[in-house]
Each structure stands twice: as C-alpha cells, then as structure tokens.
Design a binder for this molecule. Structure first.
Ligand SMILES: Cc1ncc(COP(=O)(O)O)c(C=O)c1O
Length: 409
C-alpha cells in the first residue's frame, strides 16, 4: 500500500455528531495547524523533504500523495458515508482505476445505458485486454442474477443513468452481489450524495465524476472512488499511484471549494427542474418527458423510495425527432448548447451526437438512446427565464408529425 494517497476517514466519529450541511462545509477540513488558514492551502510541491531515509512527514511525492488531495479525499469520504476515498484527474480516470483492479479472465456486468465514455472504456480498451464485459438492463434483477458466472467480479450500475434517467434498485443489486461475493459499484454522479448514498444501500464502491455536481462550476475535471472496504481501497490506491492518475493539488482545491455549496445548488436546481419538467410535459411540441419526479416516469415509485428527490436532469423528445431536436438546441439562447452537466448554468445537448457519440449506433439504440433525445441539465438561472427560452425554441420547430413517425420507425 502506498502510504499517503490512502486516506482513512474519521466518518464514524463525525457521522453521529454532525448534520449533512455541516459535513458539506467542514467534513475532513480543518484550519491549517501552522498558521490558522481557514481554507485548505494548495500544496503545489511535487516532492517533500525527508527527515532521514524512510522517515517523512506523511508525504514524499505528489503522484503518490499530496496534502491538498488528502483533504479532498477525506471530505468526499465523509459526504458519501465511506471510509476511504481516492480522487483522480477525471471521472474517466476513476473508471480506469476501477478497471485496473480487474484481471484478464474476469467478467464485469455494466448498465447498458451507461455514460458513453464508460461504454467506450470497457468495450474498446478493457475488453480487448481480456476482461469479459456484458452490458445489461440492470433494472431486470433476474437477468442480472442469471448473468453472473464463476468469473464475475463486479456489477457496475448508474442510477439514475446517463442520459435516460433510469433507476436501478441499488439494495436489490447489493443483495445479488453479496450473495455472489462480487462488488457492486454505483456511479453516483447524477444523484450526488444529496439524493442518495449508495454505500448506505449496500453498494461496495461509489464512483463520481466530480466534474459535474460536486465541483459544479464547469471549471475543473475530477473523479473519485469511495468505499468502506480496506482491501478495495488499497487496490484502488495502488493502481492510482502506479498509473499516475490522481487529482492535481490545484484541481483538488477547486473541487473542495465548489463542493461546499453542493447542497444549496443541488436543491435549487432540483426545484427549478420540477417546474421545467411540468412545463415540458404540457407543451404541444413535446412528445415525451423523462424525469423521475413525474408520475409518467417508469421508475417514479423507486425514485420516491430510493432518492430524497428527483434530481435536476431532464430528458425530452420533441416533434420531428432528430430534426426537431437539432432545431430546439440550436434555437435556445439562455440554455447553453454544450456537453457535461451539473453546473451553475443550464446546459442542453443531444446525447446521440454529443455525450454518447462514443457508443456504437447498435449499442445506443439497444439502450434506447435515440437520435431525437435531448438532455437538459438545469442550472441556477431563474425558472421563468429557462422556461421562456425553451418555449421560444420549441415554437420554432418546423417539422410535421409524419417526419417523427418516419424517424423513429
Ligand atoms: C455518469 C458519468 N460517469 C462518469 C463520467 C466521466 O467523467 P469525466 O468527464 O469527469 O471524465 C461522466 C461524464 O459525463 C458521467 O456522466
């Protein structure tokens, strides 16, 4: 085990003592003991002085461990009710770290409508190196159970998924993984720890793209892997150092800064999302709205049970399929046509041509991500302005019903 990247969290003590809002501001963070600085310093030093060979002050080289990164790791472990956290340069670097604890001959089961980059990593990079990969609909617990083999090591779930916002029964999947002695990983990027804490529901690993809600300001990339399992944490930490993919001191500091407002941001974005989803559902040019807070969502009951709210991501399809979708996203003025999600500004995109373009067409259609699906990540602008912007863009769609029938045939 590398000594300094590996941060054991004092969660068990603080959990009972403090509420979530307090942990978000203070968890794992304390004033600098040497000068009292309230905010964590950015330790840009790449290396650290040793007292003598084999004796240092906890750090020797910043690829292995860095004091600013350590604070972020403690902080995130507390937020997710974990015991250990390792942070990475991007969410995909976190996925890469997990992929590297699998060996050739191992089998992994992954959500079929996972983030396109995760699909690409496992289908194009990991599978050709000898790991068997199955992409499945994880809502079907019988299918999951029946797909587990001797060599299965991990179930990789997203809930809600990107971009279809499907939910999986995390506790149900945890039962299956425990019965088969395999790990359950939940990518909690969309829900964030504000809506659900997968480790409390039985998951063994939580993964985050910190680039999204946790940092929240579209100005840094990052990823995290959080667990309560000492063995897993040691292995993740080992590959992180070996691959050289840990988060930089500056990025770690940026994410620490952003995460302190996570809850207020998330709850406000969610309030707006509920109103926008209702508006879209009532609009004549909108064919379908995908939002776990609407009774029309197939996983509405599970969302109410498993999450503390529906979140702030919305999917929708408009009259005219792909053509109508392009017209909508190209006619908005306030909402920004851009990839990514979870930041202060409202973002709109067409996953088939942007965030999920790295999936094969067959895999995309099999997962149900069609060409006309629009993904909306609600920001902190005023709800009236967002609705007015969407209303204007939808009003400019010029296609007939005939075309949409043709598109989706
Ligand atoms: C659910 C999910 N997981 C992982 C990632 C990868 O994160 P990053 O872009 O920070 O590498 C993304 C990126 O969009 C994502 O949406």
């Amino acid at each position: 085990m590398t000594k300094s990247n590996f941060v054991q969290n004092e969660f068990t003590k603080s959990q009972n003592k403090y509420g979530e809002e307090t942990i978000i501001v203070h968890g794992g963070i304390s004033p600098d003991p040497t000068n009292g600085a309230i905010m964590t310093p950015i330790h840009l030093s790449s290396n650290f002085k040793m007292n003598r060979i084999g004796e240092d002050k906890g750090y020797d080289y910043s690829r292995t461990g860095n004091p600013t990164r350590s604070v972020l790791q403690k902080h995130l472990a507390q937020l997710e009710h974990g015991h250990y956290c390792t942070t990475h340069a991007t969410g995909m670097a976190s996925a890469t770290a997990v992929a590297h604890i699998l060996n050739p001959g191992d089998h992994i089961i992954i959500s079929e409508d996972c983030y396109g980059g995760v699909f690409r990593l496992f289908s194009e990079i990991v599978a050709p190196r000898g790991v068997e990969v199955s992409f499945l609909d994880l809502r079907n617990l019988d299918l999951v159970q029946n797909s587990i083999k001797e060599n299965t090591r991990c179930i990789w779930a997203e809930s809600p998924t990107n971009p279809l916002l499907r939910l999986v029964d995390i506790a149900g999947l945890a039962d299956i993984s425990n019965a088969n002695s395999i790990w359950l990983l939940v990518d909690n990027t969309f829900a964030s720890p504000i809506l659900q804490k997968p480790l409390d529901l039985g998951a063994h690993i939580v993964l985050h793209s910190l680039t999204k809600y946790i940092n929240g300001h579209s100005d840094v990339l990052g990823g995290a892997v959080i667990t309560r399992d000492t063995n897993l944490a040691e292995r993740i930490d080992y590959v992180t150092n070996a691959l050289g993919i840990g988060s930089s001191p500056f990025d770690s500091w940026m994410i620490l800064r952003g995460s302190k407002t996570l809850k207020v941001r998330y709850l406000q974005q969610q309030r707006t999302a509920i109103k926008v989803a209702k508006f879209l559902e009532g609009h004549e040019k909108v064919e379908r709205v995908i939002f776990p807070g609407l009774p029309s969502h197939p996983d509405y009951d599970l969302a109410a049970r498993q999450q503390s709210g529906p979140g702030a991501m919305i999917g929708f399809e408009v009259t005219g399929g792909k053509q109508g979708a392009f017209q909508t996203v190209e006619n908005v003025e306030l909402c920004t046509l851009a990839e990514s999600l979870g930041c202060v500004a409202t973002l709109i995109e067409v996953p088939a041509f942007q965030s999920h373009a790295s999936m094969t067409i067959e895999a995309r259609l099999q997962a149900g991500i069609n060409d006309g699906l629009i993904r909306l990540s609600i920001g902190l602008e005023s709800v009236e302005d967002i609705i007015q912007d969407l209303n204007t863009a939808l009003g400019k769609i010029q296609v007939t019903k005939k075309q949409i029938q043709h598109e989706f045939a």
